[in-house]
Design a protein around this ligand. Structure first.
Ligand code: DNO
Length: 392
């Protein structure tokens, strides 16, 4: 596997020199300052690529080219933004960058409620608490119709929860949920998110899926023609938030996406932490079923808790059978090599890491501190080495 590392660009407190020390050779990055659907020009791409290559690293994956909300909503200007997207794919491919991760989550990208959840060993992890989320949605945001989206048990726990909150608690939680975690395409305030949610009035999963398929029908042929591969990232968490449809959460969702646009350029980012937050997702089976379309892997673990809550556990310990998953990915690499696929070396990155040691007191991007990921990568590398050794 191609060992990679997410880097947020020149402002990332974790430097490319640190990436080298971690032993990764691939860099996963994006032009994060271009988030409004504009074309990434050849010059801007080349500037970023040079920074990476100066450190003797390779820009292995783009994470992400944001999909403009006009495309998700299917508004009249969608085709303009689809053209821009296609142009960006062409420009990246011309620079030799062929693997592109993106998501199709409405309004919010990845979402947590707690960025400093204390682990028994003193480290800190990211966590999603379903009751905190419901309490925020029902009682702070006060979203219209929210009551219809929670069962009575969750709603009554949420009612008790909100009574215990101070103004500060609400402030921190609100920022955590809606201000956008690193790499998110969106940052909202309370009124802003109400408006964005209202944009989706009358949307169900089929309508959102229809817009995803229209997007793929336009951009997948472009990707295929320039040798690029698109890997859709699963919803994180893989269930509805704010009553909005999520359509990339389980095996059936992926099947629908792939059968609508069968080209292998229409693939997935296999994010074990996102998919693993749902007990009914069998990750090993999903990796086997979609192996030939896995263009990128995010390797991370989760421990599921009551009511749909979860926290990010150690990379090898949690509800995801990481060893079994890596074994499927390595088997797929051998299969690709045997059939002569050029993209046999699947890029992976240690996804997220705990706050550990000195990092606890530093300012880092949540989930993307150096030491926690260093540990994660080292553990995963050990698994890869040991499994590879079994095959000579
Ligand atoms: C979080 C990331 C996501 C991911 C996007 C892909 O850590 O995995 O922000 O980059 O959803 O578009």
């Amino acid at each position: 596997m191609l060992q990679s590392w997410r880097w947020y660009g020149p402002d990332d407190p974790v430097l490319l020199d640190h990436v080298r020390q971690a032993g990764a050779t691939g860099v996963v990055t994006a032009l994060h300052d271009i988030y409004d659907g504009q074309v990434w020009t050849a010059q801007a791409i080349s500037k970023r690529k040079c920074l990476i290559e100066e450190r003797e690293l390779t820009w292995s994956v783009v994470e992400s080219i944001p999909v403009h909300r006009a495309i998700k909503l299917g508004t009249a200007d969608a085709s303009h933004y689809i053209d821009c997207y296609a142009e960006t794919i062409r420009n990246l491919a011309a620079a030799g960058i062929h693997t592109i991760c993106y998501n199709f989550m409405p309004v919010v990208d990845w979402t947590r409620t707690d960025l400093r959840f204390a682990l028994p060993n003193g480290g800190l992890a990211l966590r999603f608490d379903a009751i905190d989320f419901a309490a925020y949605d029902l009682h702070v945001l006060g979203r219209d119709d929210a009551h219809g989206d929670y069962d009575e048990d969750i709603a009554s726990k949420a009612r008790l929860r909100v009574e215990q909150w101070s103004d500060d608690t609400v402030d921190v939680l609100e920022r955590t949920i809606i201000a956008g975690l690193p790499g998110s395409e969106f940052s909202h305030d309370r009124d802003g998110i109400r408006d964005r949610i209202a944009d989706y009035a009358g949307f169900d999963a089929d309508r959102l899926r229809g817009n995803l398929i229209a997007f793929l029908e336009a951009v997948v042929p472009v990707a295929e023609s320039v040798g690029a591969r698109l890997g859709i990232h699963p919803d994180d968490p893989p269930f509805s938030l704010f009553g909005l449809p999520r359509i990339v959460s389980c095996a059936d969702d992926f099947r629908a996406i792939f059968s609508a646009v069968p080209s292998l350029a229409n693939g997935m980012t296999f994010c074990s932490g996102s998919l693993g937050a749902r007990g009914d997702n069998d990750l090993t089976a999903m990796a086997r079923a979609f192996a030939d379309r896995i263009h990128f892997a995010h390797l991370r673990n989760v421990r599921r808790q009551e009511n749909g809550s979860f926290f990010e556990s150690d990379h090898l310990d949690g509800d995801v059978d990481m060893v079994a998953l890596v074994a499927v990915l390595l088997e797929e690499e051998r299969r690709r090599k045997a059939v002569g696929r050029m993209d046999w070396n699947i890029p992976m990155r240690p996804d997220h890491g705990h706050l550990l040691l000195d990092d606890i007191h530093k300012t880092t991007n949540p989930g993307y501190s150096a030491i926690g990921r260093l540990k994660g990568l080292a553990e995963l590398r050990g698994v890869i080495r040991a499994l590879e050794a079994q095959h000579g």
